[in-house]
Design a protein around this ligand. Structure first.
Ligand code: UD1
Ligand code: MG
Length: 455
């Protein structure tokens, strides 16, 4: 059966107390709306649209970037009204799946189960059982156990309020019937809104079959209405990811203290200490150790590499058996070859560090091509910026650079060269020779240290 997906995202989300629409708040580094769209896309629908309204100027750029069609709902008159605005989207299909932009964690398998649980003459509702159903629409059944309607919290009597089976908001409806019947919705209810949930009673009336799929994992159907709910879902999601990581052969010092905000590919026998954040697309090979408080973003880490505490790695490629940190900062464009070492308080950017080369302490290596087995002394700086343009530094194999040296780019230090400590290098250094800028040492005899002035 051909399928269209309509995602409702026009509401404001007043309870978030935010200038940003609710669906643009992030869970695991991705907006709530993107989570829903990405899951929807895995179902390969014939057509799809997002209903936008509140703060559309903030939402439309994201939808343009994701190439997802938009339908505007200029006034937010309820979920039923929102679907009415999108009726052109499902004019050529047999069934419509309605998703909510504020329900981010529904699994593809759950949606497939819902779509496949009925035929084109049935209305299908994703439900769940909640100990505390406050705020949700209740699934009302007759004595035979058949669903007769959904009643919203604000319209419910005491007996209905006691029902613990609730509407997730996610529904599959026959498209042609929906198009014909949407105009029958009224806003004669406690909120003065056109409720999509009223389609259930209309469907019963028209002799459609009502099917429900009850989702056991409450988080899959949880809607985000408050920042507290957002934080709870974030923790739940991170816990699931941590469990999956451990199942894949990764040791976590504390599964409650890791955050994965993106896609992580891992080998086995990786050890990750507490408070590590992994963002974007990160790939970590076998036997890598990551110390506490490291942040790794959009990077690949080679086998056997050790990253010590408090290091930040962004858009970098790290080879095998590399040592990094503690307190190292790898900025975008850093490529570390096998067996290289980046020590404490070292910053790199757009830098190729050759095999076995070491930058152990307190250095800045930017816009640099470095050969293999180079040793960079503490406090070395590649002066890559003249105030207007960036220039590159080239360092050949087996170079030794003494501490506290400045290499003023563009510049080349040829293979095997040694640079004396404290050198300010303004011209290329030839291969295999010692180059240094001499500063004469002077001793002042009889010199007295200043004494503190008494007031
Ligand atoms: C809705 C359901 C309720 C269900 C709950 C699950 C209705 C009437 N009620 O209630 O049965 O238990 O979700 O989370 O459907 N939206 C629009 N345009 C509008 C109104 C809402 O696009 O005019 C969008 C919102 O942006 C949101 C979604 O629809 O993404 C749900 O709206 P919300 O106001 O959160 O509905 P609930 O009161 O939670
Ligand atoms: Mg809601």
């Amino acid at each position: 059966m051909s399928l269209s997906i309509v995602i409702l995202a026009a509401g404001k989300g007043s309870r978030m107390k935010s200038a940003m629409p609710k669906i643009m708040h992030k869970l695991a580094g991705t907006t709530l709306l993107e989570h829903v769209i990405e899951t929807a896309q895995t179902l390969s629908p014939q057509s799809m649209a997002v209903v936008c309204g509140n703060a559309a100027d903030q939402v439309l750029p994201l939808l343009a970037e994701m190439d997802v069609p938009v339908v505007m709902q200029h006034e937010q008159l309820g979920t039923g009204h929102a679907v009415m605005q999108a009726d052109a989207v499902f004019s050529d299909v047999e069934q419509v799946l309605v998703l909510y932009g504020d329900v981010p964690l529904t699994q593809q398998s759950t949606l497939n189960a819902l779509v496949n649980c009925g035929n084109n003459n049935s209305l299908r509702i994703l439900t769940t059982q909640l100990d505390d159903p406050t705020g949700y629409g209740r699934i009302v059944r007759n004595d035979a156990g058949n669903v007769i309607c959904i009643t919203e919290q604000k319209d419910a009597d005491q007996q209905t309020l006691a029902i613990k089976e609730v509407n997730s908001g996610i529904m599959v409806l026959p498209a042609k019937w929906l198009q014909r019947s949407l105009s029958k919705l009224s806003n004669n209810n406690a909120q003065g809104e056109y409720y999509l949930t009223d389609m259930v009673a209309l469907a019963v009336n028209d002799g459609l079959e009502i099917k429900t799929v009850c989702c056991d994992d409450n988080a899959e159907v949880a809607g985000v209405n408050t920042r507290q709910q957002l934080a709870e879902l974030e923790r739940h999601y991170q816990q699931l990811q941590a469990n999956e990581l451990m199942a894949r052969g990764v040791t976590l010092a504390d599964p409650a203290r890791i955050d994965i905000r993106g896609t992580l590919l891992t080998g086995t026998d990786i050890t990750i200490d507490v408070n590590v954040i992994l963002e974007g697309n990160v790939t970590i090979a076998d036997n890598v150790e990551i110390g506490a408080n490291c942040i790794i973003k959009d990077s690949t880490i080679g086998e056997g590499t050790i990253i010590l505490a408090n290091s930040m790695i962004d858009s970098s490629e790290v080879g095998t058996n590399v040592n990094i940190g503690p307190f190292a900062r790898l900025r975008p464009g850093t490529v570390l070859s096998a067996n290289s070492k980046i020590g404490n308080f070292v910053e790199t950017k757009n830098a190729n560090i050759g095999e076995g080369s070491k930058v152990n302490h307190l250095s800045y290596i930017g816009d640099t091509d470095m050969g293999s087995n180079v040793n960079i002394g503490a406090g070395t700086i590649t002066c890559n910026y003249d105030g207007v343009n960036k220039h590159r530094t080239t360092i050949g194999d087996n170079v030794f650079i003494g501490s506290d040296s400045q290499l003023i780019a563009p510049i080349t230090v040829e293979a095997g060269a040694t640079i004396g400590a404290g050198t300010t290098l303004r011209k290329d250094a030839p291969k295999s020779a010692l180059t240094l800028t001499k500063s004469v040492q002077k001793t002042v005899e009889g010199w007295k240290r200043p004494v503190k002035i008494k007031k």
